[in-house]
Design a protein around this ligand. Structure first.
Ligand code: TNX
Length: 631
């Protein structure tokens, strides 16, 4: 009996293994899996063909990753017929473009072909996703006798700009942490790292001609607790939190990124968000005073509807020639350091109330015939544009640079929804789409009651709906799309990871894959497979996609119903109004709930096939009452 069962079992495992389509994120253009299988041999060799030093570097990356995860030694034989062959096509295949590739997994051999090394690199990233999750392990796995289904994939990206923005100002990420970030982003074929290098809370790049930017601007008082409510530092308090990248660090990061086909775009955020600059050089403010790098204490009031009022002037003086002199020095050094054609100059959320009171600004308005504050901002942005152009670079800014008239040739990064991007593209300016309602990975991904404090909501499903080309816009002006990781509320790298994953899967698929290749249910299945990969790599992620969505419906002046929704169809939501912790034995939500008399909390948890999968959420009835606007 035993003899019969064993082969049957083996057969069913292999059939099961075959039946499961590979979970590739972002979804490739074309993929076919057949019945054969490739077994990773004890001794793998990697070979490469084609005239490019980058090929040898990629081969080396492949070797290192295989050796790290399997503990087996892997050899490289250039030009030979290796187990894994990386090959530049001798004759260009125009259908593959610059970053496309063809991957074929045969039963004895794996081949990756592309027009350019970038394509080979992306083929390799896909190949890793065909292997079991353990390939992501940083320590060797015992018995890495891995098999993968024979597969052919032809793939290329929809957009050339597949970006992630990392805010290294509010939370300082060390050089090693930025390298780790790059390692992780490329697994999902991102190719643009936008570094938000400066803000009110810290200046993070060495500028040799203006040393106080880092001596003073890179350091602030350290706080724990809730950002925005932090206490104001006293002037003599030690400034123990911070850090910055030296120019050598920056060169090292640029090279590290380049070796992984990532471009780094620097952002210097002016004329608002400039408290760290004025703390270093108070002469650049239109409002005389003593400034400190913001340590997270409130200095801006946000009453809603996009309005804000500054309590302290965090802007540069647009009327002072000194401002442009200093900016010229900064952009000179930046242009020498960063090879990328664009420099981002911020331009967002500039509070102009202090400019209105400034005699110097009034004088500028008269002299330059500027009618209002938007035109003053536009004057500033245009001058910055000229400085950046004089260094041989192009300028990009947040969509506020449209206000008062856009600078000639400037590219726009659309963040306050899609409108700015649409407007700029219609004026034939290049655009990167980063609308906050889809791509802001610092916002809530579950109900605020069960998450850490932040702002509006971007649930996983919403991020998956991101399409960088808004209706009616000429796609030739849309360079691509980007997710932004703002860090004022991130205090640890683990939390940064929690915010990034899995939403960065969605955005990756939105910027790489064709819209018709996107499929939410399939994406969720793939995401679950990739959770195992993140586990193997010891990277944190959020499981909030398993948690219900709460809403309320007012039924009278004093009553309301509770509606529970879910992002993932095949889950059950268990609930209780008793003061107990529910599990899968508790009632399954089927229809809107009336609130029973005396109930204090609604507790919910989700399951799949009877197994708990979501987290325990305690929702106070008082909170729901507030949401229903019942007094
Ligand atoms: C707006 S997006 C900002 C950032 C904040 C972010 C928080 C943009 C250009 N400015 O300063 O960190 O919202 O979501």
């Amino acid at each position: 009996m035993k003899r019969i069962i064993l082969p049957l079992l083996a057969l069913s495992i292999s059939i099961y293994g075959m039946a499961q389509a590979p979970a590739i994120i972002p979804e490739p253009l074309k993929m076919e899996t057949s019945n054969g299988k490739f077994e990773l041999p004890e001794q793998s060799t990697i070979s490469f063909k084609g005239n490019s030093p980058e090929l040898a570097a990629i081969a080396n990356q492949v070797k290192q990753k295989l050796e790290q995860a399997t503990g087996r030694s892997v050899s490289i034989t250039p030009g030979g017929e290796g187990t894994i062959l990386l090959q530049l096509l001798p004759k260009a295949d125009t259908t593959l473009g610059k970053e496309g590739y063809r991957l074929s997994v045969g039963d004895k051999k794996i081949t990756i072909e592309a027009n350019q090394p970038a394509g080979i690199f992306y083929g390799v990233q896909t190949l890793w996703q065909l292997f079991p999750a353990a390939i992501e392990s940083k320590t060797p796995i015992k018995d890495a006798n891995w098999t993968i289904a024979t597969t052919t994939i032809t793939d290329k990206p929809r957009f050339g700009w597949r970006g992630l923005m990392l805010d290294v100002s509010r939370h300082f990420f060390t050089k090693q942490q930025v390298k780790d970030f790059i390692d992780n982003m490329v697994k999902y074929k991102y190719n643009m790292l936008h570094l938000h290098l400066t803000d009110d809370q810290g200046w993070r790049i060495e500028i040799k001609s203006l040393p106080r930017l880092t001596e003073v601007g890179a350091w602030r008082a350290e706080r724990v607790g809730r950002w925005g409510d932090w206490s104001k530092p006293s002037p003599d308090e030690p400034k123990s939190y911070g850090g910055f990248y030296t120019q050598d660090d920056i060169r090292e990061l640029i090279q590290y990124a380049k070796d992984r086909f990532v471009t780094i775009m620097p952002e210097i955020d002016v004329p608002g968000h400039s408290m760290a600059i004025v703390a270093a050089y108070p002469e650049l403010s239109a409002t005389p005073g003593n400034y400190q790098v913001n340590a997270g204490e409130r200095f801006m009031i946000w009453p809603g509807n996009g309005h804000f009022y500054g309590l302290i002037d965090n802007t540069l003086n647009p009327a002072s020639e000194k401002t442009y002199e200093y900016l010229d020095k900064i952009f000179t050094e930046l242009a020498q350091l960063f090879p990328f054609e664009y420099i981002h100059m911020g331009g967002d959320e500039c509070y102009k109330g202090f400019w209105e009171k400034s005699d110097a600004v009034k004088g500028l308005m008269k002299k330059e015939k500027l009618a209002n504050m938007d035109e003053v901002q536009s004057y500033f942005v245009k001058r910055v544009g000229k400085i950046i152009a004089s260094k041989g670079k192009k300028m990009m800014g947040w969509d506020e640079i449209l206000e008062g008239g856009i600078a000639p040739g400037a590219a726009v990064m659309s963040w306050r929804g899609e409108e700015g991007g649409i407007k700029a593209a219609n004026m034939k300016h290049n655009v990167v789409m980063s609308p906050n309602q889809y791509t802001y990975v610092d916002l809530y991904q579950g109900d605020p009651i069960a998450e850490l404090p932040t702002y509006g909501s971007v649930r996983l499903k919403k991020s998956y709906e991101f399409n960088p080309v808004p209706k009616g816009v000429d796609p030739q002006y849309i360079l691509g799309g980007q997710a932004n990781l703002w860090s004022e509320r991130l205090h640890t790298v683990r939390h940064a990871e929690y915010m990034l994953w899995p939403r960065a899967f969605s955005i990756a698929e939105s910027v790489w894959s064709l819209p018709e290749k996107k499929d939410w249910n399939k994406f969720i299945q793939k995401t679950e497979t990739h959770f195992k990969r993140l586990d193997a790599a010891d990277i944190n992620y959020s499981r909030s996609m398993y948690d219900p969505i709460f809403s309320v419906k007012k039924t009278s002046d004093s009553t309301f119903q509770i509606i529970l929704d879910k992002e993932i169809e095949d889950l059950d939501i268990h609930y209780t109004f008793y003061e107990v912790f529910p599990d899968s034995h508790y009632p399954v939500y089927k229809q809107p709930l009336e609130v029973p008399r005396d109930a204090v909390n609604l507790r919910v948890i989700t399951s799949r096939n009877g197994k708990i999968i979501g987290k325990m959420i305690t929702m106070p009835i008082e909170e729901l009452k507030k949401r229903a606007k019942i007094k």
